[in-house]
Design a binder for this molecule. Sequence first.
Ligand code: FES
Length: 231
Amino acid sequence: MERTGDSRIPLKQIEGVLQPISEAHGMPNDAYTSDVYFAFERDNVFGPSWTCIGFAGDLPQNAYVKPVDFMGLPLLIIRNREGEIQVFHNVCSHRGMKLVKEAGELKGMICCPYHSWAYDLNGKLVGTPHIGGMNQHRDERFRCEKHGLKPLRSTVWMGLVFVNLSGDAEPFEDFILPLAQRWKAFVGENGLDLMRQSDAGENLEIEVACNWKLAVENYCEAYHLPGPSFS
Ligand code: FES
């Protein structure tokens, strides 16, 4: 059977989606339940492009960190001491321990709970306790500058934090241009500032126990618009 780039996804299962409307059919059930599809979509749909993973307002002050699970990948949003937001893999460069479990202000360094390697808020490795033996915290054969946190390409647009997992997506400005142009029609003379996230914490959060596609499809279809009463 013909398959996609990920050898575990049979292409025939999904090609019907792209047929003319009179012949097309929906996604197969597996696409909504299978971990294989989920990983495929992360790496082949979202990974090569720009994806929003959170709000800058969720890091309300400088020196603040927020872990994010992005489709099974542990990421870490950091607002450093100067206020700049960056995104890294939330993974220690030593043995791969998850570094940060909860969002919050950070007084000192990001410290690994396993062997206490320490990183500053720009992802730089600054502490390697006992790496050269007992009480030898440096080893000239080991270059700290080569073992910092692994950064992702990221940017903040209108208070939204975007990442590009693959690192080779088009420039963000090009990616967002069609949406930015469309939204221009809805804003006033102050430009996009009128559509930024509220500072007052007026967020709406809805948790849905379903695959992401089901939530998006459900949102996009028009059946939920107010309709005529038939009673
Ligand atoms: S795994 Fe982080 S210091 Fe060893």
